[in-house]
Design a protein around this ligand. Sequence first.
Ligand code: CA2
Length: 147
Amino acid sequence: MTFLVINGPNLNMLGIREPEIYGNRTYADLEAHIRDAARLFGVAVELFQSNHEGAIVDRIQQAYGEVDGIIINPAAYTHTSIAILDALKAAGLPAVEVHLSDISQREPFRQVSYVSLACIKTIAGKGFGGYTEAIKTLAAFIARKEG
Ligand code: CA2
């Protein structure tokens, strides 16, 4: 089983600013965390980070027929991007949305997620652990569907 993990704009800045919201750990630490979690659940992962909406759309389109599921933290595009929502729908792959912070407790504009409309689950406010939970959720969902 292979999952594509997509991280959106500014997540490459993790650990550099706003530690009170996003913590002290860096994007490299997040990548290591995701790879460890994938190993734990026996799945392969491809990691992709971009600050560009079109690049994220392209990567989702490319994932069709290539991976079994998508884990996505679209970052700020969560709250604006119908293009990413449509790409996820077009790819037709099971997807889980992850946010480091609890977007339901933040500014009203962060409480709206277009991307969630194409996801089987949204996990928010659990920090790096949210990605572990997403891998577990996606693996169980696919196993149930195939079994
Ligand atoms: O909580 C999340 O994971 C978010 O997706 C993070 C996005 C934000 O726009 C979403 O509303 C919620 C922002 C990621 C920016 O990350 C930074 C990291 C360090 C310094 C500045 C920004």
